[in-house]
Ligand binder design. Structure first.
Ligand code: SAM
Length: 219
């Protein structure tokens, strides 16, 4: 019996993003250059081209492409930036950032996810990414300051340690709020002070760590 063909949506992800209002040519090109199917576990691969979040194991998710596009757009990358990403997850957003920035520093608390993402990103020849396994709610102070910081898990409050590692004039994008009510928030550092703007309601897994939510109790 022939293999059942992979059910692919009729439009590429970049075309789906364009239809949803993302018009930035560099971002659309990055979506064309990064194959999301590679970052999705085999059990979910059939849905890799759909604009939705998918499970990647350990109760974590690969983010919805539209949310990846909006957060990346808000970072206003020109290609020269040093970017800190908190929450490597599948590595998909990391790959998009590595297309659009000079250097990416990515932190993940789950060793398994970090190593899996690194395997994929090394495999597609990405050389401008540095990886760290640990509590990203505290940033990566050894490499601060950063021009941009992207948090891909929901923080319960203003991320003070991350803001401290942002360069003057830099931009931090993070989902802020509780499980029920989160907003993608853009925070710019102006004269050392945060200037914040809410962009979009969203639903992310929690940022777990010293400056995030407490860890889940272990059974
Ligand atoms: N950007 C990812 C992608 O494209 O696949 C999606 C990330 S997923 C929504 C959020 C990730 O943040 C999870 O992998 C989770 O383990 C990680 N995370 C949560 N708290 C963290 C922390 N304090 N430090 C580092 N990573 C954390």
């Amino acid at each position: 019996m022939p293999n059942r063909p992979e059910r692919r949506p009729d439009a590429t992800l970049s075309e789906q993003m364009r239809r949803k209002g993302i018009r930035d040519a560099r971002i659309l090109r990055a979506f064309d250059r990064v194959n999301r199917y590679r970052f999705v576990p085999p059990t979910e691969r059939i849905r890799g081209g759909e604009d939705r979040a998918l499970p990647i194991g350990l109760n974590q998710t690969i983010s919805q492409p539209f949310i990846v596009a909006v957060m990346t757009l808000e970072l206003a990358l020109t290609g020269t930036e040093k970017v800190l990403e908190i929450g490597t997850g599948s590595g998909y957003q990391t790959a998009i950032l590595s297309e659009l920035a000079d250097e990416v520093f990515t932190v993940e608390r789950h060793a398994l996810l970090s190593l899996r993402a690194r395997g994929i990103l090394d495999g597609i020849g990405r050389t401008n990414i540095r990886y760290h396994i640990g509590d990203g709610s505290l940033g990566w102070p050894e490499h601060a300051p950063f021009d941009r910081i992207l948090v891909t898990a929901a923080a319960p409050r203003f991320p003070e340690p991350l803001f401290a590692q942002l360069r003057e004039g830099g931009i931090l994008v993070a989902p802020l709020g509780d499980e029920e009510d989160q907003q993608i928030t853009v925070i710019r550092k102006q004269s050392g002070q945060p200037v914040a703007r809410r962009v979009l309601a969203c639903r992310f897994v929690p940022l777990i760590g010293a400056a995030g939510y407490p860890d889940e109790p272990r059974e």
